[in-house]
Design a protein around this ligand. Sequence first.
Ligand code: FES
Length: 378
Amino acid sequence: MTEPWPVEVVAPPAPTLYAVPSPLGAGVLPEERPFEGEMRCRRVRRVTHDVVEVSLEPVGGGSFAFAPGQYLTLRASIEGEPVERCYTISSPPTRPHLLTITVKRVPDGPMSGWLHDRLAVGDRLWASGPMGGFSVREHPASSYLLLSGGSGITPTLSTLRTLTDLAEPLDVVVVHHTRSPADLIERAELDAIAGSRDGVRVVWVVDEADDSWTGPRGLMSAAQLDDLVPDLHGREVFCCGPAGYMGAARSAFDELGGEQTRWHQESFSIADLPAGEASPTASPAAERAAGAAYRVRLQRSGRDLDCAPGETVLAAAKAAGVRMPSSCTQGLCGTCKSTLVSGEVDMNHAGGIRPREIAAGKFLPCCSTPLGDLVVDI
Ligand code: FES
């Protein structure tokens, strides 16, 4: 018996190969744009017992263009003293008119205490940014694992909100560790995203809980990571949290044979670090006294400093009683950015300066040691 109509066999279309996924928001999100100036507080919202969300708008209008995972530096006058700290932006760049930070109270942290207890709607503070390269936008991939501990969830918040707003067809697993269920940050929002979006899975892990907690428990380990994310391999991994947490997460990743190039991490713990606490320099006074030092000329202030080999320019300035703006002292916040008029430095920064700024002669004195005599425009 013959078919009543001709049958045409159509070959299936060849699969489209995406060797390199497009950067997140390519063609949609504006390119990162530096901002610096006064911001007005629009809202302070309590998120947990020790976390608040602060919403800021630029005084005079405008919008922000940044990548999820980047941070900004805030400066406020607290008890008459200027205080600067870095905070990761928790809002997504897809909502560019208000910028939010999500801040955990740090015991004895002047800025976080002020943001929690004193900041009110209408107050102004100074901000500059965006900074940092800890962003999915810098590492295009088709699947991600976002790991966080405690308030290290802030870059995850911005990232997941961005992915959701852009309706990206991505595969994202979020694993967040914290002490107890009371410490979970934005749980309802993230669960709602996971419940309404294909390709998003959120896992909350707590260390201490009563029997009402039915989710996973315990500290990060290889066995736990393998159990929670059996398809770890091939995911681009972003990890943020306290040093102990990140150390455990990295060990677990390594133990499971994770690909080194897929691992990205950020420390959020500089947020309330007292300036100068993390100076990478050992005491170089003896070398300076023995004359084994380079000469650093501060062009505008007309001062000359001795800077011992291996000593940072910032440390030498402090030792000579010269006040220079600084915050993180780790090459992360960009607060100390200055212009190098002549000479060469060995700069070991952590994302606080952009390549184009280095090309334009900028450097970070907090993480730069001279390779010869210098002239600095300070
Ligand atoms: S003080 Fe933060 S980059 Fe130098």
